[in-house]
Design a protein around this ligand. Structure first.
Ligand code: HSE
Length: 307
């Protein structure tokens, strides 16, 4: 019987321009670690340590606590849990920070209790946690954080893994400001022009087809955001300037990661990724915006036990 597990859970990019609320991918970096220990107080979950973020440590008010408790309860509360969170991605970054915690918690509890649930069976419990942070049961971050890769969340709650482009190099820029998802959703219109919706559908469908054909370059070429991004760009510091610099430095696509403020930039080779990263750093330095930057790839693995 295990008494403790250490979990790594990936950050994620949701929406990816074409799949608002439906598409997301897991990243190799950044991610977060969780340590989950078995205790004797049946059904009791305690968050005993949070590193790297100023979050409520009351289990009922903490994404990892809620997700862990939901699964523990479904498993009949055979024990209690102590959770340590080592967060590398700040909440409100647009990099799926709460989804990492929720995914890490359920993967951890499943492993600790040797419950044997499949990753897709863990998603509803992770969503119980995610709902606390975002007020909605969107699985565009949670599903890739649990399953890894590129994941499509269907309107009926179905989850499908799409072959992830293996040749993408992703640059993630996280300006150190916070945008709440609710704030980024409040700027969206109720309705969109039919011609934009029609073109967006065609772009999304072509993107998915290109992924199945293993053509990452064509997938990237179709990643235009006509419906959501244009309403949100004003929330992101120096977005237009970053977009021009990024595309001039070789990016095949770029956009807002989730609800921002992070942006993602897709390059087809390491050299271009470094050129984009250096240009973005230059802009942030000139504009005196503190930032974190990652050069990474899609992680084919979701949250997992590391010891
Ligand atoms: N898809 C959501 C949004 C964020 O862009 O508002 C993550 O669930």
């Amino acid at each position: 019987m295990k008494n403790q597990v250490r979990i790594w859970a990936p950050a994620t990019v949701a929406n990816l321009n074409v799949g608002f609320d439906a598409l997301g991918c897991a990243l190799n970096e950044p991610g977060e670690e969780l340590v989950i220990r078995r205790t004797e107080e049946a059904g009791m979950v305690r968050i005993v340590k949070i590193e790297g973020a100023d979050l409520d440590a009351t289990a009922e008010n903490n994404v990892a606590g809620v997700a862990a408790k939901s699964l523990l309860n479904a498993l009949g509360n055979p024990c209690g849990l102590e959770i340590e969170l080592i967060k590398k991605v700040k909440p409100g970054s647009g990099l799926g920070s709460s989804a990492s915690s929720a995914a890490g918690a359920v993967v951890g509890v499943n492993a600790l209790l040797e419950a044997g649930l499949r990753p897709d069976e863990l998603i509803p419990f992770a969503l119980d946690g995610e709902e606390l942070a975002s007020g909605a049961r969107h699985s565009d971050n949670v599903a890739p954080a649990v399953l890894g890769g590129l994941v499509l969340s269907g309107p009926d709650g179905s989850i499908k893994q799409i072959p992830a482009p293996r040749d993408w190099h992703l640059v993630l820029l996280h300006p150190q400001i916070t945008i709440r998802t609710s704030e980024a959703r409040a700027v969206l219109p109720e309705t969109v022009p039919l011609k934009d919706a029609v073109r967006q559908n065609a772009l999304f469908a072509t993107f998915i087809a290109a992924c199945f054909e293993g053509n990452g370059a064509e997938a990237a070429l179709n990643m235009d955001d006509l419906l959501v991004g244009p309403h949100r760009h004003g929330l992101i510091p120096h977005f237009k300037q970053m977009r021009e610099a990024s595309m001039e430095s070789g990016a095949r696509a770029m956009g807002i990661s989730g609800s921002g403020p992070s942006s993602f930039h897709i390059a087809m080779c390491r050299e271009d990724a470094h050129a984009i990263a250096s240009k973005l750093s230059e802009i942030m330095n000139v504009e005196a915006v503190p930032f974190e930057l990652y050069i990474t790839e899609i992680s084919l693995q979701g949250a997992r036990v590391i010891s």
